[in-house]
Design a protein around this ligand. Structure first.
Ligand SMILES: [Zn+2]
Length: 846
């Protein structure tokens, strides 16, 4: 049990407390008033856990208030890492976005003073109802993680961000987080629940649980004012903290602004700010302005602890802001007194806090650094350990070598403001696994990550395996610290930077594109390799399924120096029949093989991240025919569908809605990108007449999904279409061909049920529910237990042309290499061309 607690709090080592301009890339040292604040915090023995679904769901104002005003241990449990969101700062999506958002949460907690937890749940994307969420998440596993975190962190109060009683009113993940929280709140106390945890952990019953409500959840300010507030706690969270010169809401804004990938930069505010907590279960607070009231949060909650507060009070009253070091002898006595307590939970937490304070007071600076950011297994790099004592006290530091770390010196006796650099080396053992997020090492399902080690579950990240163990002796108190070896550099613009030290494979291999779509012809696939160390000569090849022909079968390369990047071309010929497979680059040097790809994610606001995975790309030969020579693509909210249309052989002209040419007649089809009518309503309205003429004269208008919000039925092209919120989230949901003889399912490609296999994430969203009678619904589908929808694909003749509207998730399926989606796409853009008797040049190609 102790081990787990230490893992959770170790991430706060040497981080000090949040002030205005700091992030974790620079070591921080609290000033004398911040140290005093930390001393005050020693006297509060209470814990709060805030629970929601995603990074950025959390109310940083309340978390900061709990941590800095109440001085409670405060945690945020985000069930997911936010992989399903958007990225406003770069191209990373899915698990790479989850990596960024994990680090953004750690930065946010560094600002507001909270701790961060996760479950294994994967943010798989939008779901409209908790029932759908729980069909994809493994409820038992998510609860198991939540219960483990509660039993470890031992919160007195739990606060839900979302309302557990209103399923269907917000993202299914949100409501689910609150519903599961209500269950975990009870289960954590039961000996029968998740009993396998009880060999390491005790059961734990939090005292009460709240819902962090606001007027927004009531629909309007007026409705909120009229509501019964018997069970509502009002908290003024606008505190000003003289010890760091910030208002609580200013800290909250700094914390919120760390969610940069979500564009959540936020301005601070000052003055009184009310937070509302609706009491849900447990003991009712004795004072409605204090969520902890009635819970003992003083040292008297610990057996033998009453003397501790008396000692602490003396230290606080005699604290000398000009000479905090004067408190050292009294702090050493306090350390001895706490060490004698029997309560292992609070003893471990408070000793850790106290030892941090002792180090802060002496200005002791301990740092282990390397001048290399990347290192391969088997390699050795020099390291420096800086030991600086900025106090007048004599401090003894001993450093411990191990099988990876050798040191020139292990005992350092320091005196006033003396600094010592101990030289050493770090040797990475042969076959040491490259650095990559621990929760991505095992294959994941759509809804859950796989983490086998129970004590790793819940953690944002694992501690670095490269650390020098140090024992600091001050006033006969021994303080044990792990000095994580970090890459240290001086950036000409940013100044001093500390980044993680990453193990990389000797060679990194990658295939240029994630998906290749084939017609009859062959293609060149580029494979590149990066030498992460000096390499001997070897060979590189492209591995493919048997019936895909690769030339040459392998290419020899000469020795290359570290840092060299080389790119090789392989010609690949698809089989005659439709086929789909995976190709990957393989490098052989001597008897060693390399096929891992290294992805670096570097942003200034978070530590550099590294993902190491198998290199691979999809090769797909749908055996399709496409009759559209030229296609105009009107950009919407952002998708890769235009690239997919190019991949099947059409020439695509991309236009912003405001730049669409006045004459569209030369295009076989005009395709409208996702949510174009949502993001550019005025520009799209201005195109109505032009599109009307184009379609009447024989053109094809193909529109992809828009959300139903504020979309009027006449906005979507020449014919009326009423959107709904209907969606089918099960990507394997059965599809009924309502009009099997319709051209869209037959020309030029025959569409059958096979074409709806291997879809990813979902079938589609925001399906139309009413339409002009000219439209024919083509497909029927539904999620389990729901009525069949028939609006996922509707097609109409209009004048001499065609209008197609589809909520099918082509924007997801096409980049994932789904054959059937390509065939449907080809039929959509070809529908008008097929009607014409004259054969086009493009026919020759297929
Ligand atoms: Zn959310």
């Amino acid at each position: 049990m102790k081990k787990l607690i230490f893992t959770f709090i170790a991430s706060l080592l040497f981080l000090g407390h949040a002030t205005a301009q700091e992030n974790r890339l620079f070591p921080t040292q609290p000033n004398t008033s911040e140290i005093y604040h930390n001393l005050e915090k020693l006297g509060f023995l209470g814990t709060a856990l805030y629970i929601a679904a995603h990074p950025d769901d959390e109310n940083t104002r309340l978390i900061s208030w709990l941590s800095n005003d109440k001085m409670a241990r405060t945690g945020y449990l985000s069930l997911t890492r936010g992989d399903g969101g958007q990225n406003l700062i770069g191209p990373e999506l899915r698990e790479q976005l989850g990596m960024i958002r994990t680090q953004e949460l750690l930065e946010a907690r560094h600002r507001d003073g909270g701790e961060q937890f996760f479950t294994r749940a994967n943010d798989f994307g939008y779901s409209k109802h908790p029932d759908e969420t729980l069909e994809i998440w493994n409820q038992q596993e998510v609860l198991e993680d939540m219960v483990q975190i509660i039993r470890t962190f031992k919160p007195d109060v739990i606060i839900n961000r979302f309302n557990h009683r209103t399923p269907g009113t917000t993202h299914g993940h949100h409501t689910t987080s609150a519903m599961l929280s209500m269950t975990a709140y009870k289960s954590a106390a039961l000996k029968t629940a998740y009993a396998s945890q009880l060999s390491r952990l005790d059961t734990w019953q939090p005292q009460r649980i709240f819902f962090n409500t606001s007027w927004w959840f009531y629909g309007s300010q007026e409705a909120f004012e009229k509501a019964d507030k018997t069970n509502l706690l009002e908290i003024d969270a606008g505190t000003y903290y003289p010890w760091n010169g910030l208002s609580n809401s200013e800290i909250a804004a700094l914390s919120r602004s760390e969610h940069k990938s979500q564009g959540f930069g936020s301005s601070g505010s000052r003055g009184s700010q009310t937070e509302y907590l609706e009491y849900l279960e447990g003991s009712f607070p004795t004072d409605k302005s204090d969520l902890f009231s009635g819970i003992n949060t003083t040292w008297t909650r610990v057996s033998g602890g009453s003397k501790i507060q008396t000692q602490l009070n003396k230290i606080l009253s005699s604290y000398d802001f000009k000479n905090p070091e004067a408190s050292l002898p009294a702090l050493a006595e306090l350390h001895q007194a706490i060490s004698r307590l029997k309560d292992e939970h609070w003893k471990a937490i408070k000793l850790r806090e106290l030892e941090d304070i002792i180090l802060q007071i002496t200005g002791v600076y301990l740092e282990a650094s390397s001048n290399q950011q990347y290192i391969t297994d088997g390699a050795t790099t020099p390291i420096n350990i800086e030991v600086t004592n900025r106090s007048n006290d004599e401090i003894n530091i001993s450093l411990t070598a191990n099988n990876m770390i050798a040191l020139d010196q292990s005992q350092i006796n320091t005196t006033s403001n003396s600094s010592t650099i101990v030289k050493g080396t770090l040797t990475i053992p042969q076959y040491f696994q490259p650095t990559s997020p621990y929760y991505l090492n095992e294959p994941a399902s759509l809804g859950m990550y796989t983490v086998k080690a129970m004590n790793e579950r819940g953690l944002p990240e694992l501690e670095s395996p490269f650390a020098v163990k140090a024992v600091v002796t001050i006033q006969n108190i021994k303080i044990y610290r792990d000095l994580k070896i970090q890459f240290k550099s001086t950036d000409p613009v940013r100044g001093e930077i500390h980044e993680p030290l990453n193990v990389v494979p000797a060679v990194s291999v990658s295939v240029q594109n994630p998906v290749y779509i084939f017609n009859e012809e062959s293609k060149i696939i580029q494979v590149s390799m990066t030498a992460n160390t000096d390499l001997k000569a070897g060979t590189i090849e492209l591995c493919a399924p048997n019936d895909w022909m690769i030339k040459p079968s392998k290419i020899e390369f000469d020795a290359m120096t570290s840092g060299t990047v080389r790119t090789y071309n392989f010609n690949i010929v698809p089989p005659k029949r439709a086929s789909r497979g995976v190709v990957s680059g393989l490098v052989k040097i001597g008897d060693q093989s390399f096929s891992k790809e290294v992805i670096s994610i570097d942003y200034n606001h978070i530590p550099d991240q590294q993902l190491v995975r198998n290199n691979e790309a999809q090769v797909v030969k749908p055996n399709l025919k496409n009759r559209a020579t030229t296609v105009a693509y009107i950009n919407g909210a952002g998708d890769d569908v235009a690239t997919a249309i190019e991949a099947i052989g059409s020439k695509v002209f991309r236009f912003e809605p405001s730049e669409v040419p006045s004459d569209l007649s030369k295009y076989d089809a005009v395709v409208v990108g996702i949510r174009a009518f949502n993001v550019a309503p005025t520009e799209m309205a201005a195109l109505q007449e032009r599109i009307d003429t184009y379609v009447k004269n024989g053109g094809t208008l193909m529109m992809q999904y828009n959300t139903s919000r504020r979309i009027n039925p006449d906005a979507l092209g020449p014919l009326s279409i009423t959107l709904s919120r209907k969606r089918v989230t099960d990507e394997n949901a059965a599809v009924t061909l309502l009009e099997p003889n319709h051209a869209i399912l037959n020309k030029p490609n025959k569409i059958t049920s096979v074409d709806f296999e291997n879809w990813v994430q979902e079938r589609g969203l925001y399906f139309p529910e009413k339409w002009d009678p000219a439209f024919t619904p083509i497909l029927g589908m539904n999620d389990n237990g729901e009525e069949m929808t028939n609006g996922s694909l509707i097609v109409a003749r209009y004048g001499n042309g065609h209008i197609i509207y589809t909520g099918l998730s082509l924007f997801r399926e096409l980049p994932a290499g789904v054959s059937g989606a390509y065939k449907l796409l080809a039929n959509m853009v070809s529908i008008g061309v097929d009607d014409q008797p004259v054969k086009k040049n493009s026919d020759e190609k297929f």
